[in-house]
Design a protein around this ligand. Structure first.
Ligand code: GCO
Length: 416
């Protein structure tokens, strides 16, 4: 038996992203891509989980389970549907979400950008556009001037390195190939830009894309701090445990550098780094090796490898030297017992990091509810709350009750 006690004030939460749960995010670039014939998205997001309308009861449900925080994103394409014109009603909507969290005893953590961008931004060069950092900072300033005094933390940009993760791990083909696909070309056409100019966030993998993203983060943090100096700000990164298979030392080290460390090195002044970890990635001298035979795979096709979380917390802290908030960790599975096993092993790693004195601020499970898993649509089920896609009915899974109980007591005993 292992007894775990987490530090006072440890954050226990779940996360969502606007586009994946709200529904009808019609002014965003990803919405457009989903509608195109030949789209790389297997289905459109449609009305998603109707979280835009149902947020109050969803938040109450999460609070009733025992969590003490909720990480959600505010949607740039709703707040600034046209360049320079900010929607009061969208800002009021997110303001009500924040109030609702507070009333229910959940500390609100907001993400300003979670993959989706307004279509007008893409017409202005998207995530390689030279004005994008300043445009993002202006949006951040607007949001924080409304919400800033009532929230507990801000993730400026979700998974700054996602494009590099997807291409280096072989989950997506190269950008050259993607640009030839009919769905990509049609979406570019619809916005009157060329296939090369069309640059949504997830695909900004070049060095200039990376610099645009990191400059947007820095400029946004400066704006936020000028309004709310004490507000905790960070960026989140997709950090899988990158390991070497036979002969793969060099290439694994290269990927660790280009996908993780180059970003971690630039955020040493931030208040925290958001670690988002799902599995490990193995490389040999030929590149990504895929899952090892005999290792269970999740419904995402990832290795069931919850120990990766401990490794990535350690790596992030080693390089950036700042507190770590686990902003995402979770598993896509329809067998909820596997979810409990996965989180048990992941929390074992969190506890080991805490025991070694690493400042881990909290654990956020991805995701509060089954939702729109981007290109894979609604098939992968990450949630601790199931959503009936016909009726939109919510039902809490066993794992939700289990994790909520751990959150409520801030302690647990595992028979490991
Ligand atoms: C990401 C995002 C989430 C995903 C989750 C599961 O990591 O890609 O932050 O939007 O849905 O990670 O893949």
């Amino acid at each position: 038996m292992a007894k775990y006690q987490f530090p006072d004030g440890f954050l226990w939460g779940t996360a969502t992203a606007a586009h994946q749960v709200e529904g009808n995010n019609t002014n965003s670039d990803i919405w457009l891509m989903e509608q195109m014939s030949g789209s790389m998205f297997v289905e459109p997001s449609g009305n998603a989980c109707e979280h835009f309308e149902r947020y109050a009861s969803d938040i109450a449900l999460l609070a009733s389970l025992g969590f003490n925080s909720y990480r959600f994103s505010v949607e740039w394409a709703r707040i600034e549907p046209e360049e320079g014109s900010f929607s009061d009603s969208a800002l009021e909507h997110y303001s009500s979400m924040v109030d609702c969290c507070i009333a229910q005893g959940l500390k609100p953590f907001i993400t300003l950008h979670h993959f989706t961008s307004p279509q007008w931004l893409i017409q202005r060069g998207g995530w390689e556009g030279s004005d994008t950092p300043a445009l993002f900072a202006r949006y951040a300033e607007k949001v924080i001037s409304v919400l800033g005094s009532r929230i507990n933390g801000v993730c400026t940009i979700n998974e700054a390195n996602i494009g590099r993760v997807l291409t280096s791990s072989g989950m997506l083909p190269s950008l050259d190939i993607i640009r030839q696909t009919p769905g990509w070309r049609a979406a570019a056409n619809a916005l009157d830009v060329t296939a090369d100019e069309f640059m949504p966030f997830m695909f900004a993998i070049s060095e200039s894309g990376r610099q645009t993203i990191m400059a947007a983060h820095r400029q946004a943090v400066n704006c936020i701090k000028s309004i709310q100096p004490a507000l905790s700000c960070g960026i989140t990164l997709a950090v899988q445990d990158i390991v070497a298979g036979p002969g793969g030392e060099e290439i694994a080290a290269k990927h660790r550098r280009e996908v993780n460390e180059v970003y971690l090195n630039e955020i040493t002044e931030d208040d925290f780094v958001g670690v988002q970890c799902y599995s490990r990635h193995r490389y040999d001298s030929n590149g990504p090796m895929g899952p090892e035979s005999g290792v269970e795979v999740t419904d995402m096709g990832y290795e069931f490898w919850p120990e990766a979380l401990e490794q990535t917390i350690r790596q992030a802290y080693d390089v950036a030297g700042i507190p770590v908030l686990v902003t995402e960790n979770g598993i896509a599975t329809t067998d909820d017992r596997r979810r409990i096993d996965y989180v048990t092993r992941a929390l074992t790693g969190v506890q080991a990091c805490l025991n070694d004195g690493i400042p881990v601020l909290g654990y956020t499970y991805w995701s509060a509810m089954d939702n729109f898993e981007w290109m894979l649509g609604y098939r992968p089920k990450f949630g601790i709350i199931a959503i009936d896609r016909k009726t939109q009915g919510r039902s809490v899974k066993q794992s939700g009750k289990w994790l909520g109980d751990i959150a409520r007591t801030n302690a647990t005993t595992f028979s490991v």
